[in-house]
Structures are given as C-alpha cells and as structure tokens.
Design a protein around this ligand. Structure first.
Ligand SMILES: [Zn+2]
Ligand SMILES: [Zn+2]
Length: 274
C-alpha cells in the first residue's frame, strides 16, 4: 500500500483563532494561531484531495505547512486538486469555494468535483449557483468550474486512486455531517455524536483526525470529555485533535494528552497508508 501525505491546513473552529477585539481572549503562542477548518491528502502521483473548502482556502493553498516567510515565492503551495471531500455546507467549510477557480486555472480549466452527501451538496449549489453548470468561463476562470457527486453512506468510492467511504455523523442541533474513511485513516470534523452505526468503518485506524471544540459542553460540537469517550471506544493507533475553539491553549492541553493523542497546529502533517 502506497503512503499518502495527510496535512491539516487549518485546525481552528469557525471563527478562526485567536479572535480579535477581546484582548483577554488573545494568545501570544503561535500554536494557538488557527485558521478555519481545512486539510488535504496527497497521493503518490501528486493527487490532491481536499477536505472542505473553507474561507481560509486561498491562504491554506498558498502556505499549507505554515512555514512560508510571506515574502519569497511559496515553493510548497498546492497547485492541483483532484476532488473535494465535503463534510457539510457550513460557512467555515464551504465559503472559500470561489478560490477553487485558481486551482481550475492552474489545471488549465479542468473541472473539480465536490463529493459528499446530497443534502449538503444541494445547499452548496443553491448558495453558489455560478460555480456550477453551463456558462463557466474556462479561459479566464473568473468563476470556479465545479460539479457535485453525491456519495451514499457506507459505500466505498474510488477517488483519485483512493478508496473513500463516507458515513453519517451527528452535528447536534445543526444536523448531520459526513465523516470519511480514507485508507487507514478517518477524518471526522464537526462531530457532536459519532453514531455507533459508524463503528465498523472506524476499526483498525492508523490515524483518526477528530474535532473537539473546548472543555465545556456545546450543542453542536464535542467537548474534551466527549472526544475522550470516542477514543476509548474506537482505540485508533494515533489521533490528532482539531477544530479547536479560541479557548483552547495549546500549552495547557498538551499537558494532558493521553498516549497516542496529539493536538493539531496548522501545518500538522504525517503519512498514512492508503
Ligand atoms: Zn466547522
Ligand atoms: Zn459545522
């Protein structure tokens, strides 16, 4: 099995971290600078599958590892996209959609497919109709050139050479989100409850990327305790926690991570077998 690179380009919640305007919420620790949610998988032939297309997408594609000096040419930028695995339609996961046009342009007008649950894809098409269908200008790429591909829960689909299996998760009062099993890893963001129906797809994981918002309970996101319960149940070999709230201080949380559990920073990267 070939290795794929998995990189988290944004590990913050919907506001991004830290939040401006309230000095008491600020953090001087660079590890607490979190862009909105984003990640990608890169395959052995250079294929790139994005997880979502949130509002920080252009910055994430320019500087995926957060190691760019901001001045010189960004050598490690992402210049290709073989598909977007769409977890849901929330703004922090979809409102960078317009910036996919630059990836269309870099791929000389090739269209990009968004894969996910039809209930999310239909909302995205309704929010951004100009990105889909006829009339897309493939020469200047003034608009993205996109299509949607609805996936059925629990059914594996081969996308860019990778077996991807979607499954339903609860986003609490916000409805459902889609988790993705990709090879030996799974990507689960915006989770309030991980239904036991998904457990068979979440066995024998080399890596689980899991969202956790903060310590105190929240109606649509897991707290620390809820995330720890999920890990005790699924026992992945390695876990990276992401989608953290502005309250989360890396230095404090790093003290209490159980063995095999890591806290993401923007640019966190590893390899996984696919
Ligand atoms: Zn989110
Ligand atoms: Zn959400």
């Amino acid at each position: 099995m070939a290795d794929w690179e998995f990189t988290i380009t944004g590990c913050g919640t919907s506001h991004g971290n830290p939040m401006w305007g309230v000095p008491a919420w600020w953090s001087d620790d660079r590890r607490d600078r979190r862009r909105r949610s984003g990640a990608f998988l890169r395959g052995p032939q250079g294929q790139v599958l994005l997880f979502d297309c949130g509002p920080d997408l252009a910055h994430q594609m320019t500087d995926p590892y957060r190691d760019w000096d901001g001045i010189s040419y960004p050598q490690r930028s992402i210049v290709r996209c073989d598909g977007v695995l769409q977890t849901h339609d929330h703004a922090d996961h979809s409102h960078g959609i317009n910036d996919l046009r630059h990836l269309n342009r870099l791929m000389k007008g090739d269209g990009i497919a968004l894969y996910g649950a039809e209930e999310h894809l239909s909302i995205i098409r309704a929010m951004f109709p100009y990105c889909f269908g006829a009339g897309v200008d493939t020469y200047t790429m003034s608009k993205p050139s996109l299509r949607t591909v609805a996936l059925a829960d629990g059914v594996a689909t081969r996308i860019a050479g990778l077996d991807v299996t979607p499954f339903a998760m609860s986003h609490g009062s916000a409805g459902r989100t889609t988790g993705f099993r990709c090879g030996t890893m799974a990507y689960c963001t915006d989770v309030k409850e991980l239904p036991r129906a998904a457990d068979p797809l979440l066995q024998d994981l080399d890596l689980l990327a899991l969202s956790v918002l903060r310590d105190t309970p929240h109606p649509t996101h897991q707290s620390w305790d809820e995330a720890m319960d999920v890990l005790a149940r699924l026992r992945p070999r390695r876990t990276v926690l992401m989608h953290m709230g502005a309250e989360v201080r890396y230095a404090a949380w790093a003290q209490r991570l159980p063995p095999g559990v890591e806290l993401a920073v923007d640019g966190w990267t590893t390899t996984v077998a696919a």
